[in-house]
Structure formats: C-alpha cells, structure tokens
Ligand binder design. Sequence first.
Ligand code: PBG
Length: 327
Amino acid sequence: MTFPATRLRRLRAHPTLRRMVRETQLSPADFIYPLFVTHGRDVHEEIPSMPGVFHLSIDQLTAEANELAELEIPAVVLFGLPATKDAMGSENFATNGIVQQAIRTLKDAQPDLMVMTDVCMCEYTDHGHCGIVRDGQVLNDATLDVLQKVVVSHAAAGADVVAPSGMMDGMVGAIRAALDGDNFSNVSILSYAVKYASSFYGPFRDAAQSPPQFGDRHSYQMDPANVREALREAELDVAEGADMLMVKPALAYLDVVRRVRDTFNLPLAAYNVSGEYSMVKAAAARGWIDEQKVVLESLMGIKRAGADLILTYHAKDAARWLHLANG
Ligand code: PBG
C-alpha cells in the first residue's frame, strides 16, 4: 500500500499519539555525570572552556551527591586533580588521594549513588601521558602494574565501578585480576574499550590539566578512521572480563556505537565528550541554537544509536528538562 492509502503523517497528528509511537526513550536514569575533584576548601570554580562545569573540593561533594539524587541521576564518574604530579602518578593510588577521598565522601552522602572512577595516568603524571614513559615511549606492560594499584585503591575506598581509559593492551584483564585478587570481585569494569585519538577532548585537557607534554596520544588511542579495529578492541575487552563497554567520543562516532551495540550483548555507554559540550554551550551563548532542544536531540541520537548509558556534562540540565517535560 502506498499513497494515498498510506500516510505516515497520520501518526504524527497528535502529541499524545506521537508519544505513544516514540521508539526511543531518554531518561535521567541513562546519565552518568562527570565530576572534577580537587584539593582545597570551598573550591567551586568554573572551568573556562566548559561553562556550567566546575572544579569541586571535597567539602562540595555532599551537596552535589544530594542534588544528583534529587534529579534521579544514578551515577558519577570521577576525575581527580592531584596536589603534585610525578613520573608514575603516585597520588593516583594513594589511600588519601583526591579521588579516594571523593569516593568516600560521595558514598557516605548517597550510598545508592553509583560511584565510577576514571582509571588513567594522564592527570597524575608530570609528562601527561596515559602510561609509564621511558625514552619517549609509553610502556604498555609497566603501566598495567600501576593501573592494578589504582583500581585496588579505588575499590578499597568504595568505588562501585572502575573505568580504565588509557587504551593499554591487556588493561581490562590486569585490572580484573587485581580486583579479584584483593577480594573486590564485586567491583565492575566499564571499559573505555573504543577510545579514539580525538580533538574533541580539547576542553577536558584544560579541565583535568592533563595535556601530553610531548608528542600526542596516537600510539595508544585509536585512529578515527577505523571501525573494524573498534570491534577487535571490544572483543578483547569482553574476553578479558569487561562488564560494560564504552565508545568515546559519541557524536562523530554513532556508527561505531551502532556496530558495537549490534555485535556485543554487554551494556554499552557512550561518552558525550568535552568538545561536544563546549561547542553547544558556545553556540547557545551566542543565541545561534536553542540549547535545550539541541542537547536533548543529541542525547536522543546517542541513545537511538544504541547506547544504554551516556556520560555527559549536560546530565543535570537534561535531567531537569526531562523531569519538567514528564511532569
Ligand atoms: C583520560 C581521559 C580523557 C577524557 C576522559 N578520560 C582525555 C584524553 O584521553 O586525552 C576526555 C573526556 C572529555 O573530553 O570529556 N584519561
């Protein structure tokens, strides 16, 4: 049957009917909110390239956790700014490191908030690379030993999920072994399995003060041209014991989200990264786009492409808008 018997506009005629036949639902329960935690007191400092995103000191986190609970956002992912950086990123696995303190504070305030931690070395190392560096090379296997210490310290502080983002080979297996060896078999791994060497991370490197001091990340993060390789990355992480997978960034890689969704049965997250956020904020500030509509449309697109979970700096605003729309 074709026109005039078939008219697709019929199902678009009434808002209630449109809602009834909507194929994808977006909800605050889909969101994971990134937090940047820093030493000091009363720090609530806006990151210049990411309006609406703040560096927070530990004393700010109880209020933050309560606000997230109010908005029904179920999870955070933590990034830490250490007091000092060194060659191996020692504060990354210190019992009283900034992230370890943040985990304890957030879990005390809201035990049902899922606290996830970004597990990487770049914020903690003086050279800004995601691994141990020797003779200008980022060493793979030596880095795994450090990541093992990091995840055990995060788990001991009470993290629910660890999210390794350094793109080292074997990182998921090494982390699983370390957690299980220390009686943390209940701590989940959300692997940044498919992470591209992307220019969309620009504003984050301000936020986390983590740009590489020499060279770039192309020897460990993926070439944006590749999707078969993305499936190999995901396949290995599944074999090594990942509980959930991630594709990052999100918007320029929705085809990758779809391929990973169709190939694997693990829960899938997509990271709507800093550059994606800042471009929307900049255009909205000039009145060139409608921020609310563009954000909700983008997040819906990521969901429709196959992501179950979305890491996004828009989480709190989007949750507010969704609550208002749904009464
Ligand atoms: C680093 C890490 C990065 C991001 C998350 N974890 C930066 C990088 O790999 O250079 C980027 C997040 C964003 O841009 O929002 N381990």
